[in-house]
Design a protein around this ligand. Structure first.
Ligand SMILES: [Zn+2]
Ligand SMILES: [Zn+2]
Ligand SMILES: [Zn+2]
Length: 154
């Protein structure tokens, strides 16, 4: 895990970028929590580790790392964007019914991306937004029932 953090840091350094405490902490959190963190949660976790770092510094580090191609975000549903390391790039299928998120490796989306480029000359970013639909489990029950059951349990 520490190796993974150092590998990302080495890439930044190779690009001639500064390694600030905030940048290092953001990368560490994304590696430790295996991605899928909203900016707010990420900021909270970084500030648990580095209480002196201001929240706005964390958001700036996140923006910088995104611009530098180290971090990407995806919109999984109607909630906040979720951040990942760019090395873990994958598309998402999100179930409208239960909210389950399925990760789709680039090897699976590549054929679709190629078809879109060929037919429409469009270079699709299949990572930025999730594809919504219904998962296998939810299709076994009529629409609406699963979410009613879930709400009842809370
Ligand atoms: Zn579902
Ligand atoms: Zn993901
Ligand atoms: Zn976005």
């Amino acid at each position: 895990m520490a190796d993974e953090v150092e590998a990302v840091i080495a890439r930044l350094r190779a690009q001639g970028r500064r390694i600030t405490a905030a940048r290092r902490a953001v990368i560490t959190q994304l590696v430790e929590h295996d991605g899928h963190m909203a900016a707010g949660e990420l900021a909270d976790r970084v500030r648990e580790a580095l209480p002196d770092v201001h929240e706005s510094t964390v958001y700036r580090a996140l923006e910088d790392l995104t611009r530098l191609g180290i971090v990407v975000h995806s919109h999984l549903a109607h909630g906040p964007a979720m951040y990942h390391l760019a090395t873990e790039r994958h598309a998402h299928l999100v179930c409208d019914e239960c909210g389950a998120s399925i990760e789709v490796p680039a090897t699976v989306t590549a054929a679709f991306a190629r078809a879109l480029r060929k037919r429409f000359d469009f270079e699709a970013d299949l990572v930025h937004f999730a594809l919504s639909g219904r998962c296998s489990a939810c299709r076994q029950t009529p629409p609406g029932v699963a979410s009613r059951i879930r709400r009842g349990r809370r």
